[in-house]
Design a protein around this ligand. Sequence first.
Ligand SMILES: [Zn+2]
Length: 337
Amino acid sequence: MRSEIERGVFWGLELSGLLALAERFSRGLAILAYHGVTDAPARPGGNLRRLHIPGARFEEHLRLITRRYRPVSLNEAVGTLTAGATLRPRSVVITFDDGYRNFLTAAMPRLLRFGVPATLFVLTGAPTQRLWQDRLEVMLEASREESISWRGSSLRPGSGGDPSALTTLRTRLALLGPEREQALGELSALLGSTPAEPDPDRDLLSWDELRQIKAAGFEIGSHADIHEPLTERPRQRVGGELRQSREVLERELGPARYALAYPYGAHDPGAMHAAKEAAFSCGLTTEAGLNDARTPLFALRRMLVGLDHDASRLRFSLSGARALLPARSRRSVVYGG
Ligand SMILES: [Zn+2]
């Protein structure tokens, strides 16, 4: 219901010319944060994080961006900001977090076709290991158990079951930290083990594939070593872990100006300082909004783009029109980060 109302608001703004007006006066740099583009049919139990957008929709986005905006690479945009120069109006940077294989299979061919640059942020610690959220999704989807009882919760898994099983488990596992592996092992035993089928919407890219992506002209950055918030790690470890993450990128991909996207967008003054000390070029958050020369380089704003963004909603986000609305209606949908 809410999305119907929102769609009405976007159409209203578009028709009233307010969007075109906001676009005309927009001076900020928009940075978009995608996670994946999928060519797979919609799955009943999968994609519940609403992160991977269908290929056709991504093409709508690219059509909008190339027609009404100016796509630039992150390095170019950051270079302009640090030089104190003015970015050209309606500049847009596209980024992808987590390093899903579908960047290579579904996003990159379309980016190349439209001539749009992008930066991909990858985990430098164990790049090919699936994220626990995806392992959990696969376990639940493939399970033949009608119901299980785990640590006091009664759950109905499987694609025909209750989708809240995934939501409940994701919430509980997110809080576990280092104990999460043990919990995943318990769940795997209860749900029945599943063979690891290749899946570009869940597998992460290997270094060989990342070199291929770099050779095609795309920038690669760090999403830290592992997908855990920097703000919840022991303070004294963060600096060393980030420095090592940048060194791994240099070793695997060669010397370059590497940017950092904070896992889950989570940052605080300590994490920002550590990112700067580790010689990253900038730090990207998932706080919505546009950037200009006054935005701190280690707290650049990005807009998360997920399954709910059709082209008109994306245009609304890019235009800066959000700032024209009362603060109460500015709440944005939160995706995985
Ligand atoms: Zn992430």
